[in-house]
Ligand binder design. Sequence first.
Ligand code: MD6
Ligand code: FE
Length: 217
Amino acid sequence: MSARARLFDDPVPELPAGVRLYRRCLNEQEQAALLEEVVEILRRAPLFTPRMPRTGRAFSVRMSNTGPLGWVADREKGYRYEPAHPETGRPWPAMPKMLLELWAELAGYPAPPEAGLINHYAPGAKMGLHIDIDEEALDAPIVSISLGCSARFRLGGLKRREPTISFDLHAGDVLILEGPSRLRYHGIDRIYPGTGSLPSEIGEGRINITLRRVAHP
Ligand code: MD6
Ligand code: FE
């Protein structure tokens, strides 16, 4: 079996209620079209390096956002949503129609997402176990789209120390956390360099976009 076939054979464990995984939800054409949109967004709102509150330690992932609000993180003010880019001061670029449509199709929520957080993982980047809790609308799902290289996703419980399961996310996959799983711990242990491609403007690695409703409608 080729390395590629083996990678995509990776079985998904039984997922708990409130976790939906749509393998290859976006076909190659749709992925390419979305990546073109991401290139344009990043041209106007360049990737920035988020930092941990208090310690100021840099994330290994770099970020940008699309939509009326963007998630930002810095030493002084911590984790929050802001209407403008922390370095350029300009509003985040509008959310592409494709993403609004994907949310409308899958989220089952009566209002559009306000934030599309774009994470770029260069080889070696990872994201520690965390919960997404900076949104007021915790009744809304988070819809997550993977592009470029595959990655190892870890999903835990509602407490940090609970046991975790792991599975791979591939380009075009859509993962949703909602309801009883909306506040499950999760993270990215590693990406698999060389398993996918991104436009040259972005460089090697993986893009993840998470669509979030922040305020109650
Ligand atoms: C990532 N994803 O896939 C990180 N958060 O790079 C997330 O942090 C995430 O996949 C909330 C819901 C789904 C996710
Ligand atoms: Fe998350």
